[in-house]
Design a protein around this ligand. Structure first.
Ligand SMILES: Nc1ncnc2c1ncn2[C@@H]1O[C@H](COP(=O)(O)OP(=O)(O)O)[C@@H](O)[C@H]1O
Ligand SMILES: [Mg+2]
Length: 294
C-alpha cells in the first residue's frame, strides 16, 4: 500500500491487491455439539496487519481461524471483515492450508492459480496477466506447467499462496502453512511471506504453534489459552526491525516470554490429563515455578 492507503499500479499495469480489510472478532463462542472449543474470544486486527495466532496444538487456533474464513459459524458473538458480518466462505478471505492437498492434482500450477479468476469470469487476457504476476511473486514462473505431484513441498505451498492471491483477497488466512516443510525451506518461505505481505498489502492471520516462526513474522503475536473453552490470552506487539534474527537479544527475550506463556498452557493441559509438565530435564523443567494466572 502507498502512504495514502491506495493500491499502487504495478509494472504490468494491473492494480495491486486491494488493501487489507480489518477483522473484528467479538465475544465469539464456538461449539461442536456439547464441546465448547472457543469461548469469549475477542480480537481486533487492523487493515494490513500480520497477526500470528500462537498456541499449543489442539487449543483452538484452527477453529478460530475457520470462523474468520466462514467455515464454522460461532454459537455466540460475531466476526466481521471490512465491517461486514462473516456468514460463510468468500474469495475475499483466502485460506492457505498446511496440506498442499488443497491444490487440484489434475490441474497444472498455472491452471490451479487461474481457477479462481476463471470461476469469477475474469477474461482470459487479464486472467493470464494475473496468473503470471502471482506466479512470479511466489517464484514459480518456471514451474507453471508442472502438476502438483511434480513439486516439492515448499513449491506446493507457494502454489497455494499464488492461487489464493490470484483472487485478490483482502484477507489471507494461513493455518500452519509451513508446518510440513523442512527447516531450511521453512526459513525461505518465512522470508518470502514477509516480502509478499508487503507487496500485496493484505491483512494476514497466520496460525502457528512455532514461537520462532511467530517472532519472525508477526506485527502482533496473539496467544491463546489451552482448550477446551480456549480464549485469547495475551496480545504482544512486535515492532522489532525486519528481517528478524532469533539470536538477536530482543528476539531472544521475546522468545523466552512467549515460551513461558505457551509453556503454562501446555502444563495446564498436561495437568488436566493427570500428567505433569516434568521437572526432570524434560521440556519445561528449566522453567521457574510460576503462580497460576487464573
Ligand atoms: N469438527 C470438529 N468436531 C469436534 N471437535 C472439533 C472439531 N474441530 C476441532 N475440534 C476440537 O476443538 C479443539 C480445537 O481444535 P483446533 O482448532 O483444531 O486446534 P489447533 O488448531 O489449535 O491445534 C480440539 O479439542 C479439537 O478436537
Ligand atoms: Mg490447527
Amino acid at each position: 500500500m502507498t502512504v495514502d492507503g491506495t493500491a499502487p499500479a504495478t509494472s504490468a499495469g494491473l492494480p495491486a491487491s486491494r488493501a487489507g480489510s480489518p477483522i473484528r472478532i467479538r465475544d465469539v463462542d464456538i461449539r461442536f455439539g456439547e464441546f465448547v472449543a472457543v469461548r469469549g474470544a475477542s480480537l481486533d486486527i487492523a487493515a494490513g496487519e500480520l497477526v500470528c495466532l500462537l498456541g499449543p496444538s489442539g487449543c483452538g487456533k484452527s477453529t478460530l481461524l475457520n470462523a474468520v474464513a466462514g467455515f464454522v459459524r460461532p454459537a455466540a458473538g460475531e466476526v466481521t471483515c471490512g465491517g461486514e458480518a462473516v456468514t460463510g466462505p468468500d474469495v475475499s478471505r483466502g485460506v492457505v492450508f498446511q496440506s498442499a492437498e488443497a491444490l487440484f492434482p489434475w490441474l497444472t500450477v498455472r491452471q490451479n492459480v487461474a481457477f479462481g479468476p476463471q470461476m469469477r469470469g475474469v477474461p482470459k487476457a487479464r486472467r493470464d496477466a494475473v496468473v503470471d504476476r502471482y506466479l512470479a511473486m511466489v517464484g514459480l514462473a518456471h514451474s507453471a506447467e508442472r502438476f502438483p505431484e511434480q513439486l516439492s513441498g515448499g513449491m506446493r505451498q507457494r502454489a497455494q499462496l499464488a492461487r489464493v492471491l490470484a483472487n485478490d483477497p483482502s484477507v489471507v488466512l494461513m493455518d500452519e502453512p509451513f508446518g510440513a516443510l523442512d527447516a531450511q525451506t521453512r526459513l525461505v518461505m518465512q522470508v518470502e511471506l514477509d516480502r509478499i505481505w508487503r507487496e500485496t498489502g493484505a491483512t494476514i492471520v497466520f496460525v502457528t504453534h512455532d514461537i520462532g516462526e511467530a517472532i519472525l513474522l508477526g506485527d502482533r503475536i496473539v496467544t491463546m489459552t489451552a482448550g477446551p473453552s480456549a480464549a485469547i490470552k495475551k496480545d504482544y506487539r512486535c515492532d522489532l526491525p525486519r528481517p528478524r534474527d532469533l539470536t538477536d537479544p530482543a528476539c531472544a527475550a521475546l522468545f523466552r516470554e512467549l515460551r513461558e506463556d505457551i509453556g503454562a498452557e501446555v502444563a495446564r493441559t498436561l495437568r488436566a490429563q493427570g500428567l505433569d509438565d516434568g521437572h526432570d530435564g524434560r521440556p519445561g523443567a528449566d522453567r521457574p515455578e510460576r503462580t497460576e494466572e487464573r
